[in-house]
Write a protein that binds this ligand. Structure first.
Ligand code: TYD
Length: 157
């Protein structure tokens, strides 16, 4: 199954939204196959947000992400990257559609609760950035026949 990275950002930790966020993905039918709490540092954030390094607010984005520990998760499922990204919502919480995580819990661009990978290629790079290979667990759950049709149960690990 396709895998993607979700980061529960410091704002969500401070606002006690961890359970709410994890529950949404579990209820959707995605499989949690890696999770840990870590303190991010400038080095890993400079890599992770390298595409924003030319912007004047690069420093404040990194400071916000280092404000307290975060939770990094690996979610697996058919088209997991798109499914998680759609549930995340638009970057700006004020524009994100209600029903999405950012739409329901955020009124900010920076303080937008979660990060999720935006492409299959980036998901692979980002998972490798935050998890060692042995921290991603590959296991079968017994409810797959009730979550997917037979021909949807593709394996693209
Ligand atoms: P980006 O990768 O563009 O968005 P997304 O998280 O939706 O993939 O930006 C990374 C984070 O940087 C974003 O979640 C919040 C912050 N950010 C700002 O604070 N201001 C901005 O103008 C942008 C574009 C991003």
């Amino acid at each position: 199954m396709e895998k993607t990275l979700l980061i529960i950002k410091p704002g969500a930790i401070q606002r006690e939204l961890i359970g709410e966020i994890i529950t949404r993905f579990e209820r959707k039918g995605l499989q949690l196959c890696g999770i840990k709490m870590i303190q991010l540092d400038d080095k890993i954030l400079s890599e992770h947000y390298a595409h924003l390094s030319h912007l004047p607010f690069f420093g404040r984005i990194k400071r916000s992400m280092m404000a307290c520990p975060v939770i990094v998760c690996c979610w697996a499922g058919a088209d997991a990257v798109n499914v998680v990204r759609n549930m995340t919502g638009k970057t700006n919480g004020r524009e994100a559609v209600a029903g999405t995580i950012r739409g329901d819990f955020s009124v900010s661009v920076q303080e937008n609760i979660v990060h999720s990978s935006d492409s299959v290629e980036n998901a692979k790079t980002e998972l490798a950035r935050f998890f060692r290979p042995d921290e991603i667990l590959h296991f079968t759950t017994n409810n797959n026949n009730f979550i997917y049709a037979e021909d949807e149960q593709i394996s693209n690990v």
